[in-house]
Design a protein around this ligand. Structure first.
Ligand code: GDP
Ligand code: PGA
Ligand code: MN
Ligand code: MN
Length: 672
């Protein structure tokens, strides 16, 4: 059903509306759209409703154009091959703009390049935007996507509106977020996160389009204005850069909102009094009268509101003890491509627990009135790493994406199936395969079939072990937080930190081998504090303070642990089988949370399991001592290096408590 009329904007004149009723949208939204239509000059405007019919229509077009290939083996599944120059997030091209530089980045040591966020001044940003956006959608349709992060209307949920000229992005947003006309009703005249995305390829195209995938890799810029709650992403169609609800909104912008909402009432009142408030209809209200009303409202909401929350790169999962029936939820933060999705969907290798997934990548965490930490998954789908996924390692993921899913940069079998590294035992050895680069290939041939950062995009509701409460608006109660990374040497399978403060210092020192999720080549060990390095929305020192402050309130803070599934022996073989066997580690974690004594041994870095207390049934030979050893000099070097990192990268912004924790840890190690 089409309503063909126009919107008229000052510079471009009339632009036809291909779908939707523009004039019924909230005023603020109309203003926002009109502004960007005027800048980007699309050929038409298309207001999305998130319906199945809408996705079907777009898919049909994309198949016709060769952008998508139907994977006939499954139901409503499609393969997309991108331009090989656009396959991952690009940290070097991700920017945050605030008036004050140190709101965004810490005081980095002179001569050192900061890696915890990149700041750009508002005028410079303005210039970069002016170099990119005017006319950038010429000849393309601008899609308007109303979406909710979190259940629509939920107390922790937030609304965003994304403008994009990519129909692939629209399809994926329909899976990854809640796109619905209900968003307009819930929004009313309220504020929303403004998301603008363009592949940066206006028509007629001057750049050669590869694989029917328009993009502009040389000019990629992923920019954020946290104060304005605005995201502008240019040049890339790759998920992490283009599905703006995910990393840009749910992590970078949301972490700023989470911090801001924790500010004291005085803070908010002061900032309100400092400026005239514009009314919703655009008129300026009497300053004193307006401020009085506003202040009363603000105070009221501050009183009912808890003080601040967290937007984190974390999975959320529930573990129900089959004997007692008691269920506990945990969150875990690992850097990209380090095992979140697999852990969240874990299929236990030993009996004892029913494991169910709430979220696999992002958690919004907030203390409730009783002081319990609760988490929601703001997303509605999984954007998971394909390679390594198979019916042995992650059967739940495999079952999730048998229908209604999109696969990006995986390979295709001659019988219309997907294929990637890790599926060798699940596909006929003689099967003809077409790689992600469109080359004929067979199992055993040199090279890789799928890109190492190839991804599946699938609705969370299709996951066989999705938790019945996964959309509970107020979230699930969290008993433990786990940090981790890929650490081939030195770091034990699991340890429990001594306190919240110690746990935060351990989180601040998280390191991991680089993966294909971003632009880094090779396997160097990189710092990725709290697994948030690529996603920091504000000064990392202030972020650490925010974490530490959460304990001072009447909050019941969960225990903090660290895990490492990736330690190897001299031959380079993993010391731990991982995947379904990770339940054994979680079992120990939960028993510690329940206060079970006699199952832990104190070491300088934290508590590790006592062997006899750990479930080792049917594990075969395990090099326990190697798996749990804490080499003194390795750790002393490591802590020196971490201190150096914090001095260089966070400088005077590091809270003193973190230095104290690291000093204590160093002292304990020296005494070893
Ligand atoms: P995410 O990006 O953090 O969600 O990580 P994924 O769960 O998608 O896993 C990334 C890669 O690590 C995949 O190739 C997995 O097969 C692999 N992986 C995940 N969990 C484990 C584990 O416990 N052990 C080992 N050895 N590999 C794992
Ligand atoms: P991941 O999500 O953490 O599952 O890899 C995507 C990303 O972080 O880029
Ligand atoms: Mn992620
Ligand atoms: Mn994942």
């Amino acid at each position: 059903y089409y309503e063909v009329h126009n919107i008229v904007v000052p510079h471009i004149g009339p632009v036809p509306i291909a779908k939707g009723d523009f004039h019924k949208l909230p005023q603020k939204v109309q203003k926002f759209i009109a502004k960007w239509v005027d800048i980007c000059a699309p050929r038409a405007l298309y207001i999305c409703d998130g319906s199945k019919a809408e996705s079907d229509e777009i898919i049909h077009k994309l198949v016709e154009r060769g952008v998508l290939t139907e994977l006939k083996k499954y139901e409503n599944c499609f393969l997309c091959r991108t331009d090989p120059a656009d396959v991952a997030r690009v940290e070097a091209k991700t920017w945050i703009s605030t008036e004050e530089k140190y709101d965004t980045v810490p005081h980095v040591r002179e001569g050192v390049k900061g890696i915890l966020g990149q700041w750009i001044s508002p005028p410079e940003m303005e210039k970069e935007m002016n170099d990119r956006y005017p006319g950038c959608m010429k000849g393309r349709t601008m899609f308007v996507i109303p979406f909710s992060m979190g259940p629509i209307g939920g107390p922790i949920s937030k609304i965003g509106i994304q403008l994009t000229d990519s129909n692939y992005v629209l399809l994926c947003m329909n899976i990854m977020t809640r796109v619905s006309p209900k968003v307009w009703e819930t929004l009313g005249d309220g504020d929303f996160v403004k998301c603008i995305h363009s592949v940066g390829c206006p028509r007629p195209v001057t750049r050669k389009v590869v694989n029917h995938w328009p993009c502009n890799p040389e000019r990629i810029m992923i920019a954020h204005r946290p104060t304005e709650r605005e995201i502008m992403s240019y040049g890339s169609g790759y998920g992490g850069n283009s599905l703006l609800g995910k990393k840009c909104f749910a992590l970078r912008i949301a972490s700023v909102i989470a911090r801001d909402e924790g500010w004291l009432a005085e803070h908010i009142i002061a900032s309100v009094i400092a400026r005239d408030e514009e009314m919703k209809d655009g008129s300026v209200i009497d300053r004193d009268e307006g401020c009085r009303t506003y202040v009363v409202l603000r105070i009221a909401s501050v009183i009912v509101r808890d003080e601040g929350w967290l937007a984190e790169h974390m999975l959320i999962m529930g573990l129900k003890n089959d004997k007692t029936g008691e269920e506990k939820f945990i969150c875990a933060a690992f850097p990209s491509a380090c095992g979140k999705t697999n852990l969240a969907m874990l299929q236990p290798s030993v009996p004892g627990y029913t494991v169910r997934v709430v979220g696999d990548d992002i958690a919004w965490l907030k203390f409730d009135k009783e002081g319990t930490l609760r988490a929601i998954n703001p997303e509605a789908g999984f954007f998971g790493v394909a390679p390594g996924t198979n019916f042995k390692t992650n059967p739940n993921a495999m079952k999730t994406f048998q229908k209604n899913s999109i696969f990006t940069n995986v390979a295709e079998t001659a019988d219309g199936g997907f294929y990637w590294e890790g599926m060798e035992d699940e596909v006929d050895k003689n099967m003809m395969i077409t790689t992600w680069l469109n080359k004929k290939w067979q199992i055993g041939a040199p090279g890789k079939a799928a890109h190492p950062n190839s991804r599946f995009t699938a609705p969370a509701s299709q996951c066989p072990n999705i938790h019945p409460d996964w959309e509970k608006p107020e979230g699930v109660p969290i008993s433990a937080i786990i940090f981790g990374g890929r650490r081939p040497t030195g770091v034990p399978l699991v340890f429990e930190t001594f306190s919240w403060q110690h746990g935060v210092s351990v989180g601040a020192c998280v390191k991991s081998e680089a993966t294909a999720a971003a632009e880094f080549k090779g396997k160097m060990i990189m710092h990725d504090p709290m697994a948030m390095r690529p996603f920091m929305g504000y000064n990392f020192g202030n972020y650490l303070k925010h974490w530490l402050d959460l304990e001072a309130k009447p909050h019941k803070v969960p225990k903090i642990f660290h895990v490492n599934w990736f330690r190897v022996d001299e031959e380079g073989e993993f010391l731990w089988p991982g995947f379904g066997d990770n339940i054994r580690v979680l079992d120990w974690v939960l028993r510690r949370c329940a206060g079970e004594e006699g199952i832990a041994e104190k070491t300088p870095v934290g508590y590790i399991p006592k062997k006899e207390s750990f479930n080792l049934t049917n594990l075969g030979d395990l090099k326990w001592d190697e798996l749990f050893s804490i080499p003194k000099y390795y750790w002393l070097d490591d802590i020196r290096e971490s201190k150096r990192f914090l001095e260089d990268q966070v400088g005077t912004d590091v809270p003193q408590v973190i230095w104290d924790e690291l000093d204590e840890q160093e002292k304990r190690l020296r005494e070893l």
